[in-house]
Design a protein around this ligand. Sequence first.
Ligand code: XMP
Length: 515
Amino acid sequence: SILIIDFGSQVTQLIARRVREAGVYSEIAPFNNAKAAFERMQPKGIILSGGPSSVPDEGSPRAPDIVFESGLPILGICYGQQVMMQQLGGKVESGEHQGGGEFGRAMLNIKENCTLFDGLWSVGDEHQVWMSHGDKVTQLAPGFDVVATSAGAPYGFVADENRKYYGIQFHPEVAHTPGGAKLIAHFAHKVCGLAGDWTMAEFRATKIAEIRAQVGEGRVICGLSGGVDSSVAAILIHEAIGSQLTCVFVDHGLLRMNEREQVEKLFRDHYNIPLIVVDAEQRFMAGLDGVTDPEKKRKFIGGEFINVFEEEAAKIGGADFLAQGTLYPDVIESVSFTGGPSVTIKSHHNVGGLPERMNMQLVEPLRELFKDEVRILGKELGLNDLFVGRHPFPGPGLAIRIPGEVNKERCDILRKADAIYLEEIRNAGLYDKIWQAFAVLLPVRTVGVMGDARTYDSVCALRAVTSTDGMTADIYPFEAAFLSRVSTRIINEVKGINRVVYDYTSKPPGTIEWE
Ligand code: XMP
């Protein structure tokens, strides 16, 4: 495996992606916790990430000594290159002293041969790379030679072949460095000598063994949301421990069209996994009665979900473990230089708090995976493309897509409109191009005319966004004809809606959901 030491770059996760794409397992650890990660992982190579700090500044982060004492190959990227130079006896100067840095596209000129790009790049070549640095190396550490340069970085690519230390000022992990992925793969395979045979099949086998070892004879309970993550986690755990696993699916009446039936069919019929479906629509609707504040909705639904789950767990005599589909982006301890508490925009609903309350340990077999890796694992476990490619759906469900008061009647109206919208998106072949698409039912009535009669009904808003992680998002630019078709169908087929609008707001400043 390869350990990636994080100095706070925005794109550290991409380094991990590139290494895994090369068939080598990798993990990220923050610089101030890297020693522990090193001892646990026993890696075969180390990558030092970029970061926002300035090496000459007092108190700026350093790599732990163990990195240089280990005798392992090291690749330093941007700040990682600079910090390596500084720690090994070279010099770095801040941009302020030498007039500006280099940002964006740059051309790298290859001057000498180097093991890191042997067979990829040759002396005399010019390659496009992506730079983003204010500071730069101004004096090499002993043992290093320059092997490539750019206009703004005379020490753009340095190497100490004896120690297998490489320092590069540009970012090979981003798409704007077209040869970057190959360079990272080369580091893993040729420099670190790793085989590149890390596959999902192997991950599946390893995880199954781990789950068996962790759980022993214990009982595991898993809350299913109908989404990809909890489903894949449950199927994997079931493969490991069979009937020691019980799944609970809470139908809170805030699900999409046919969602409950799909989950039942998949778990009971296809996988034969013990499944308890709780019909909790009435108690959720009763609790939501008169609640219009978005945070109050979220808090009620989150709390009630835990109540229902706890009751079901008690009925089956309790469990020793709670399974969750937690993913890697949720557990990476990222380096934060901003400090201070961040503002709560929305209270996201998950089953946090439950393990302590019920005295259960967590089983989280997907903790090391990125979302698209979970999809690959899902396919490995026999899930079809349609299921693994599903758009995300929030825990509070339709309640946060019905601004104002939520009741069964309004949920039914929204379910119909949403199903038509998604059907049209699938028919147009657009589903996989969109991160998330859904309909919203507004608490506004407007006047219309249908046939010769006046109507006075609700407005439906359509939302569709592209995103990579849900943190930022852009609107999906549908063609006008597509939107007209969806609008006509919804107004004709869904009683209670007489006007359709398209939400043209990116995130930020909007959020993806409306509440
Ligand atoms: P926002 O609306 O915050 O949404 O821009 C970002 C992504 O998170 C999803 N989302 C949730 N997912 N529980 C979840 O499991 C929640 O409470 C929740 N709220 C929002 C949202 O659907 C989008 O994909």
